[in-house]
Design a binder for this molecule. Structure first.
Ligand code: COA
Length: 179
C-alpha cells in the first residue's frame, strides 16, 4: 500500500476510470474535465493498480475577508472505496500534513455525519460558519444548501482565526465547487 501524489492532468486512464466510478457512486455527480486540471493534486492510496482511497487538494484563491486576500487548499473528492479499514484516514492525514508542510490553510465542507472522521484525521471542526462563505456569481449570491459544516487546519496567515473573530462578516470565495 502506497500513497501517490498526482496532478489531475497526470492521472492515468485506469486511475481516471476508478476515480470517476467512485465520485459518481458516492456523490451522484460526474467527475468533470475541470477536476482533471493540473491545479488539482490527487492523493491516491493504492495497492498495486487498485485505488483504495483518494482525495484532492485545490488551491482556492482569491478568498477575500475584510479587505484581505487569502488562499487555501480546498479539500475535495475524499472517498474510501472500502469503508472502515483506515484507508480514508491515510489519505486525509497525508493531505493535512502536505498543507502543514506548505504552510497553507486546508479547508473543506462536509456533511455533519463525517465530522468525527475529519476530527480523527486532525482537523478542527466549525459548525456555525458555512453560510458566511459566499460565492458571487454575477449578481447571484450563492451559499451552501446542503447543511454542510467546515473542517479546517489553520496556517500562519490565521485565516480561520480572523474569520471566526468577526462572526457577522461574510467571506467571499471564488467558486461553488467546494461543496
Ligand atoms: C468518510 C470516509 C472517507 C471515511 O473513510 P474510512 O476509510 O471509512 O474511514 P477510516 O477507516 O479511515 O476511519 C478513520 C477513523 O475515523 C472514524 N470514522 C470514520 N467515519 C466516521 C464517521 N462518519 N463519524 C465518526 N467517525 C468516523 C473511524 O472509526 C476511525 O476511527 P479510529 O481510528 O478511532 O478507529 C468514507 O466513509 C467514505 O468514503 N464516505 C463516502 C464519501 C464521503 O462522504 N466522503 C467525504 C466527503 S466530505
Amino acid at each position: 500500500m502506497e500513497i501517490f501524489l498526482k496532478k489531475g492532468s497526470e492521472l492515468s486512464i485506469d486511475e481516471l476510470a476508478q476515480i470517476k466510478d467512485a465520485i459518481f457512486r458516492e456523490f451522484k455527480v460526474p467527475f468533470q474535465i475541470a477536476d482533471q486540471s493540473p491545479d488539482r493534486l490527487f492523493f491516491l492510496l493504492k495497492q498495486e493498480n487498485k485505488i483504495l482511497s483518494m482525495g484532492a487538494l485545490w488551491e482556492v484563491k482569491p478568498v477575500s475577508f475584510e479587505g484581505e486576500e487569502f488562499s487555501f487548499f480546498g479539500v475535495l473528492n475524499v472517498v474510501a472505496n472500502e469503508k472502515g479499514k483506515g484507508h480514508g484516514r491515510q489519505v486525509v492525514e497525508a493531505m493535512r500534513k502536505y498543507a502543514l508542510a506548505h504552510n497553507k490553510t486546508a479547508f473543506g465542507f462536509c456533511m455533519p455525519k463525517n465530522k468525527g472522521f475529519y476530527a480523527k484525521c486532525g482537523f478542527q471542526i466549525e459548525e456555525n460558519s458555512t453560510q458566511r462563505f459566499v460565492y458571487a456569481k454575477g449578481t447571484e449570491r450563492i451559499t451552501n444548501k446542503d447543511g454542510q459544516i467546515i473542517f479546517y487546519q489553520e496556517s500562519s496567515d490565521n485565516f480561520m482565526k480572523k474569520v471566526l473573530a468577526q462572526p457577522e462578516k461574510e467571506v467571499s470565495i471564488p467558486t461553488e465547487k467546494l461543496w
